[in-house]
Structure formats: structure tokens, C-alpha cells
Design a protein around this ligand. Structure first.
Ligand SMILES: [Zn+2]
Length: 84
């Protein structure tokens, strides 16, 4: 089970920015939670390119939803969070 070649998930295409109309490669993961919709430990994630990180985190930040901004290559999907 620990073989690095064994992956039950199909390889995902290169992740792209979640900003509307943007197709740049994602560099950042924005983890957020809407307390009126989600349990506190739940994390929704948006992806952002370098250019849209500020815009997207502000959008979430003013609503009080933003929890974390992490580099995509350092992001670890929390246990029990939603599947894509
Ligand atoms: Zn973008």
C-alpha cells in the first residue's frame, strides 16, 4: 500500500486559478469556511495564481471566511474535508 507508484486517484490536470476567467497555474491554496453553511472544521479551498491571491483572499477576508493561505506545494488536504 505504500508504493509511491500506487495511486488510486486518477492524475489530476495541473491545477488552475479559481479566479473568474483566469487560466493561470495555481500557486496558492486559500482555505476558507462559511460558518452559516459549513461545520467549523470543514475547509473549502480555492486556488489562486500569484496575481489573484490578493483579490481572492480579500474577497474571503472581508466576509470573515478566510482561514489560511498556503503554497500549493505545501498544502495538505485536511482529513475529512470535501473531495473535489
Ligand atoms: Zn489567476
Amino acid at each position: 500500500m505504500n508504493s509511491p507508484d500506487t495511486d488510486t486517484n486518477t492524475p489530476a490536470p495541473a491545477p488552475t486559478c479559481s479566479a473568474k476567467g483566469c487560466r493561470d497555474a495555481a500557486v496558492w491554496v486559500l482555505a476558507w469556511n462559511n460558518p452559516t453553511l459549513h461545520t467549523p472544521e470543514r475547509r473549502k479551498t480555492w486556488l489562486a495564481c500569484e496575481e489573484h491571491r490578493e483579490h481572492l483572499s480579500q474577497f474571503l477576508g472581508v466576509r470573515g471566511f478566510l482561514k489560511d493561505v498556503v503554497k500549493l506545494d505545501e498544502w495538505v488536504q485536511p482529513e475529512g474535508s470535501e473531495r473535489p
